[in-house]
Design a protein around this ligand. Structure first.
Ligand code: NDP
Length: 453
């Protein structure tokens, strides 16, 4: 199939999608990235085309929208909106996080649920794709306010989830504290102790290694990409963005593997520490972010030599590796070019869709090691899948067991990307293409087998 006919098929497909889903820019972006690399494959496989698989995969199975009413500490009644997007359960129960952030919209959750379907398929585990969340802003709220919000949200959400139906987890703004409140309310309402959420505390059904899994997995994937070229992340300078769950454990693993981490950030700006972050400095970041919920500027006040750059992102700092771990569209096309100009060798996406589409094109064209989110950050949901297995078996595996399985899953995902993304001419790997095709096939084949459902 020629490139030009594939391009025109993509444009035609996207025109229909945009018409059906107006004003959903993030969803359009995520689908376009997939459609661009999948279309030539689909055009070569008439069975997928005939069965309208891509059209069906871009339409969620269902979306639930509901009001969450709660009371703040001053006794005021507050109301937020929440969603659960159950995108595709062809290969297992819906699985995907809940995000609490004022920027949450249906478009954001549809892009995340769509991506999740491919990501979960790549893990090799029986998990469908879903995502949910609310425009609730946990920042500045007391523990009591967050608890009342979570309890109220679960009072409605419990109607739609279950261990064989839909199993949510954490995401931006939803960590151990929120999952605990949500699980406590589910248990109370249903009188059932069952694995309906992942990311739970270790004393009530959580898995060892879940907290670390996304960040560690992102670095394992990066190392797998380097090894493909006979190299390693050891000794490389690394830029990290974000300072939440994914960022912190990416930093931890990168340091452990001998890299020098120069930056991290939050929505106020970024820290550049030319001396590199060591174990003591990382312990400070963990306390700052996980316990005190403070701002990154405090790091520059504590450690001399470190600079705080207000309102900026770290992508102009020279380095060999970038691990974007904050949020979507945090690397613009211009920033991608700056990274390339400074000699970036690998980008492993810890966050979901952190790179704008023209940035993705620039990385792929330059043939750097570019690990797209659906492959590089799949470690989190993979260990969530392992948490579900442990809950079903009513036992728990130790840290080494879980970490060993995580490493194996990331290795397998990397191998699938190589299988479907290798360039026969020069041996380079297009990981975007590889991840999209490999993730698609498993879901598509299940949909074909089911007939018109
Ligand atoms: P956290 O809430 O723990 O941390 C998010 C971090 O990103 C914070 O430092 C936050 O800064 C920053 N951030 C969030 N929104 C923005 C924004 N609009 N602009 C600038 N900075 C922002 O979330 P996670 O670490 O869990 O998630 C980070 C990313 O990783 C997301 O894209 C998520 O979807 C993805 N991901 C997470 C997984 C997980 O297991 N948790 C699994 C797979 C992917 P501030 O505190 O100032 O808001």
């Amino acid at each position: 199939m020629s490139t030009s006919s594939s391009n025109s098929e993509v444009e035609q497909f996207m025109a229909g999608l945009v018409k059906r889903n107006p004003h959903e820019d993030e969803f359009h972006q995520a689908v376009r990235e997939v459609a661009e690399s999948l279309m030539p494959f689909i055009l070569d496989h008439s069975e997928y085309r005939k069965a309208q698989i891509l059209e069906r995969m871009t339409e969620p199975d269902r979306v639930v929208i509901f009001r969450v009413t709660w009371m703040d500490d001053a006794g005021n009644i507050r109301a937020n909106r929440a969603w659960r997007v159950q995108f595709n359960n062809s290969i297992g129960p819906y699985k995907g996080g809940l995000r609490f952030h004022p920027s949450v919209t249906l478009s954001i959750l549809k892009f995340l649920g769509f991506e999740q379907t491919f990501k979960n398929s790549l893990t090799g585990l029986p998990m469908g794709g879903g995502k949910g969340g609310s425009n609730f802003n946990p920042k500045g709220k007391s523990d009591g306010e967050v608890m009342r919000f979570c309890h109220s949200l679960m009072t409605e959400l419990q109607r739609f989830i279950g261990e064989d139906t839909d199993v949510p987890a954490g995401d931006i703004g939803v960590g151990a504290r929120e999952i605990s409140y949500l699980f406590g309310q589910y248990k109370r309402l249903k009188n059932r102790f069952t694995g309906i959420l992942t990311g739970k505390g270790l004393s009530f059904g959580g898995s060892c290694g879940r907290r670390e899994a996304t960040g560690y997995g992102c670095v394992y994937f990066c190392e797998n990409m380097f090894q493909q070229r006979g190299e390693s992340i050891a000794g490389k300078r690394v830029l990290v963005s974000g300072s939440g769950n994914v960022a912190i454990y990416s930093i931890e693993k990168a340091i452990e593997m001998g890299a020098k981490v120069l930056t991290f950030s939050d929505s106020s700006g970024f820290i550049h520490d030319p001396d590199g972050i060591d174990a003591e400095k990382l312990a400070f970041i963990k306390d700052l972010k996980e316990v005190r919920r403070g701002r990154v500027i405090e790091y520059a006040e504590k450690f001399k030599g470190a600079e705080f750059h207000e309102g900026k992102r770290p992508w102009h700092v020279p380095a060999e590796v970038a691990l974007p771990c904050a949020t979507q569209n945090e690397i613009s096309g211009e920033e991608a070019r700056a990274l390339l100009d400074n000699g970036i060798q690998a980008v492993s996406e810890g966050a979901n869709m952190p790179t704008e589409l023209n940035g993705v094109h620039a990385f792929v064209k330059a043939k750097i090691l570019f690990g797209p989110a659906k492959a590089a950050n799949a470690g989190g949901v993979a260990v969530s899948g392992l948490e579900q297995s442990q809950n079903a078996l009513r036992l728990s595996w130790d840290h080494d067991e879980v970490d060993g399985r995580l490493k194996g899953i990331m290795r397998d995902i990397h191998a699938k990307c190589v299988e479907y993304g290798s360039d026969a001419d020069d041996g380079s790997v297009n990981y975007v293409k590889g991840a999209n095709i490999a993730g698609f096939i498993k879901v598509a084949d299940a949909m074909l087998a089911y007939g018109a459902v």
